[in-house]
Design a protein around this ligand. Structure first.
Ligand SMILES: Cc1ncc(COP(=O)(O)O)c(C=O)c1O
Length: 398
């Protein structure tokens, strides 16, 4: 079957955060929104088909995940990331962010520290703050826009006489692939992270929601897959939501090999957050069972968008620096030679050129001066956005 990603689907008026709330957030209507991380294409026809069938049944009472679904997830994870998990390790949930929230609540008390590595997906810091824990930043090192983990920094934060850490910092909230900088952490980096977690007797909460968006020679390695020791001190969070553009169905899962940790996680989760919903579970099953070809076609299309953007920047806007994403469909643009302030650039792009990107300062330390552009959209939109950015440069910087 041929899958088309070039088709423009009008998402306005569909309660889309990306298309219908841009005006509320950025203050201008009719902007091309390339900010929040969802895609502008229809999900796989195989998923639509499964949902239609379920819809036609017409009864939507309380539900639970099928046994078959666990097997389907196990196969997907083995095939795509070479990790053999067991069905009793899977805990269904209604989103990765709610699961992060649950994990932090279950394994820390107010005042405890949680390590994150900014610039990073901003609900990491807001979740930690909202529930009274302390953000412990280990900022990524930016070397010509290729980001590295500051292992020395980590060790220093965790040393007993550290001033940056907290009395108790036992949680490490990790992002792999890393949103927004697009790194797919390699085996050596992951092994070092795991070593830090094990040596300090911490719990690794690894958000791997972008695991299926991997480009060039990179390979997604679940951090927890590297040894039995780290399996026992980890919670891995995954979902088909970004991969198949079904984030609105609010269904995800956690992989928790240590049954004591799983029990504690479930104790906090129960009666608070469900195991997804009928349509989310159906969509997940169809996605992992029948969505392989569609995903391959999507990755090919995204790779073209990434290459097009990189070429265009090289040829026409060399003052904007970047490192091509190894993973995710998010392009992290370095505007620091143009304007130090992300919000100022975005504000002008919105108000004068009708383009809304995501200001880098939202992502915490190290994000100021950057903008994040979502490339999961028809090429026509990418071209329009790049032209708009070029006009901005002509007006303000040339
Ligand atoms: C790293 C990361 N984690 C989690 C989420 C959201 O997960 P959910 O919608 O399942 O709560 C996103 C969405 O952009 C993300 O980029």
């Amino acid at each position: 079957m041929e899958y088309i990603f070039d088709k423009t689907i009008d998402r306005t008026g569909s309660n889309s955060i990306k298309w219908d709330l841009t005006e509320n957030i950025f203050g201008k209507e009719d902007c091309l929104p390339l900010w929040v991380a969802d895609s502008d294409w229809e999900t796989a026809p195989e998923i639509k088909e499964a949902l239609k069938k379920r819809l036609d049944h017409g009864v939507f009472g309380y539900t639970f995940p099928s046994k078959e679904l666990s097997e389907i997830i196990i196969n997907w994870i083995k095939k795509h990331y070479n990790w053999q998990i067991k069905k009793e390790w899977i805990v269904y949930s209604s989103g990765v962010v709610p699961s992060i929230n649950i994990a932090i609540r279950a394994f820390s008390v107010p005042g405890d520290g949680v390590i994150i590595q900014p610039p990073v997906y901003y609900p990491f810091s807001s979740t930690i703050k909202n529930i009274g824990r302390q953000i412990v930043n280990n900022q990524l090192i930016n070397q010509d826009n290729y980001y590295k983990i500051d292992f020395k920094g980590l060790k220093s934060i965790l040393s007993p006489d550290s001033e940056e850490g907290c009395k108790r910092t036992e949680l490490f909230l990790f992002c792999n692939p890393h949103n927004p900088v697009g790194r797919v952490w390699n085996k050596k980096e992951l092994s070092e992270i795991n070593q830090v977690v094990l040596e300090n007797d911490m719990l690794l909460i690894s958000d791997e929601i972008h695991a299926d968006f991997i480009f060039a020679d990179n390979q997604h390695i679940p951090a927890a897959s590297l040894s039995q020791e780290i399996e026992m001190q980890s919670i891995t969070l995954m979902a088909p939501s970004k991969t198949f553009n079904i984030a609105g169905l609010k269904t995800s899962f956690a992989i928790i090999p240590n049954q004591k940790i799983k029990k504690k996680f479930i104790n906090v989760k129960n009666h608070l957050v469900g195991a997804g919903n009928i349509f989310g579970l159906m969509a997940m099953q169809a996605a992992y069972n029948k969505g392989e070809q569609w995903l391959r076609a999507q990755l090919k299309y995204l790779k073209e968008n990434i290459d097009y953007t990189a070429d265009y920047l090289d040829k026409n806007m060399p003052e904007i620096k970047y490192y091509k994403p190894e993973g995710t469909y998010l392009f992290w643009l370095d505007f620091r030679d143009v304007n130090k302030y992300s919000e100022d650039v975005n504000d002008k792009l919105v108000k004068e050129f009708n383009i809304a990107l995501e200001p880098g300062n939202w992502f915490g330390d190290g994000g100021e001066g950057f903008l994040r552009m979502n490339l999961a959209t028809p090429k026509k939109n990418i071209k329009k956005a790049l032209k708009g950015i070029e006009k901005y440069l002509d007006k303000y910087n040339r």
